[in-house]
Design a protein around this ligand. Sequence first.
Ligand code: ZN
Length: 105
Amino acid sequence: MLTTHQLTKLYEEGVSIIYRRNGLRGCSGLFDPGTLEATIYLPAPSPKERQITLLHELIHARDGQKGARIFNTRLDDDVEKEAQQTFKKNPELIQFIVALWKLPY
Ligand SMILES: [Zn+2]
């Protein structure tokens, strides 16, 4: 589970979060380990989907896949599972992220 401690560390390390329109087809978000940029594509199907994508990309950031983008479906399923569990057990983490990174929502 993603924690406030981990999120604070990511923020301090320079991870940034960017909302962008017109995502790649079928891609709701992306984390680039080279630039430490987490991109969330808009519009998301729902606010909940957008928030889970936010958690998902920050879990990638925490896992620090430096130097290589990993397109591994099985691994990504695990990340998505953790994002869903984090959202369910600790939904207020979203407000923490929004406040820390000063996101619009
Ligand atoms: Zn992923």
